[in-house]
Design a protein around this ligand. Sequence first.
Ligand code: NAD
Ligand code: 0WE
Length: 263
Amino acid sequence: MGFLTDKKILILGVASRLSIASGIAASMRREGAELAFTYQNEKLKDRVIGFAEQWGSDLVYPCDVTDDRQIEDLMSGISDSWDGLDGIVHCLAFAPGSELDGNYVDVTTRSGFLLAHEISSYSFVALAKAGKELLTGRQGSLLTLSYLGAMRSLPNYNAMGLAKASLEANVRYMAASLGPDGTRVNAISAGPIRTLAASGIKSFRKMLDYNAKQTPLRRNVTIEEVGNAAAFLSSDLASGISGEIMYVDGGFNTTAMGDLGTG
Ligand code: NAD
Ligand code: 0WE
């Protein structure tokens, strides 16, 4: 029997088979979870319905997280089919492309900065707020996806780095807020992975190559590896873990100097 048997989990952020959310869905399904999904817009609707079917789910809802109404409707849609929710997986982020290309101080704008924070950080607490009733009394779990750019500066990540820093603080404040109800809140900080969100980024290939070379494991991580960690953190196996940022990055964040090419 899988370690997520009978758990009802909502996953946001499936856009393609390469999405980190897809790796998470596959692991969670393998471990016996019942899944529900959202799609950002009509363009993605049929695709997400098709993926959901593969993972044994016919619960698929629209949810653009910039719209409070869609978040409300999502939770009331879920409550029509499920008596509660054991987990929410928040696997989405956005900043305007122009914010992610060039010198931070030069390219950052008020509107781009605010939109990045709204979609990539605020939406996590907005979902917790709307889902609170469904989550309480079930020892549930909330999980989000972060990146090392929250803690270190790196070229071009720019306003997304600040949004991820906000998201990681959000994890700690939400853990403190929801802990008394028994709900845990954590993040996975994943190493770079080629997904749709990465495909718009100039020289992402170069970054992947650099990252693989400088990482203790000498390779990049996969959506399957992130999926397995996500399944663990959302399960009762992780019942003692809350407010945590867990790195699934092959150890990259723990090194300095990296590989000097001497051994
Ligand atoms: P992806 O493009 O497959 O997924 C991004 C998702 O965000 C898409 O499903 C998209 O529809 C959704 N989204 C964007 N704006 C939205 C909105 N307004 N409302 C609802 N959904 C919206 O890319 P991914 O790499 O799988 O990204 C998933 C998460 O993983 C993001 O939080 C990203 O920051 C994080 N992450 C990615 C990497 C990487 O290298 N790919 C590394 C670490 C963390
Ligand atoms: O969080 C991310 C990417 C998130 C993302 C990607 C895009 C591309 C298309 C957010 N918004 C947009 N907006 C778009 O218009 N990652 C961790 C992957 C990533 O993105 C980078 C990276 C890494 C790693 C951007 C610059 C530098 C490194």
